[in-house]
Design a protein. Structure first.
Length: 163
């Protein structure tokens, strides 16, 4: 059975596609790409159908990640097929929990930086959209730092699952 993870930010062109690309690479590195499905979406549909922000693409590619992406809006009906919904900041966390059809679905929503033991109390990944390239680099660093803990958690959830 496939374990499904969806990363969610606002417009699905910066933070969530970066998290998707990094986590997809991590999953492949440990041989779970046949067991774990990774995607992303936005809480709003402003950029739906478009590609990722060129600055996000540049930072991903400079760091060896695939950056093919098409933005889409998160649909509440997806909760039924998702195992984990990963929010990139507390605004997304709250919005997703409000969208959740059941308390069990709301419990599937977690903040990405909650998987980073070094994150401290600030679990938001700032939106780099209105800044320069350095914001995208910082975003990638935060995503990568949380990726190890997230991968550990997903591995625990997928142990013994048949594809």
């Amino acid at each position: 059975m496939t374990y499904r993870v969806c990363f969610v930010c606002t417009g699905n062109i910066c933070r969530s596609p970066m998290a998707e690309a990094v986590f997809r690479a991590r999953v492949a590195e440990v041989g779970l790409d046949g067991t774990v499905e990774v995607d992303s979406a936005g809480t709003h549909g402003w950029h739906e159908g478009g590609g990722a922000d060129p600055r996000a693409v540049a930072v991903l590619e400079e760091n060896g990640y695939a950056a093919d992406h098409t933005a889409r809006r998160f649909d509440p009906s997806w909760f039924a097929r998702l195992d984990l919904v990963v929010a990139l900041d507390t605004g997304h966390l709250e919005a997703l929990r409000r969208l959740a059809p059941t308390p069990q679905d709301a419990a599937k929503v977690r903040l990405l930086r909650s998987y980073d033991p070094e994150a401290g109390d600030d679990l938001d990944i700032p939106d780099p959209y209105y800044g320069g390239a350095d914001g995208f680099v910082a975003c990638l660093e935060m995503v990568e730092a949380a990726g190890t803990g997230l991968l550990t958690a997903v591995r625990e959830q997928t142990e013994g699952r048949a594809v």
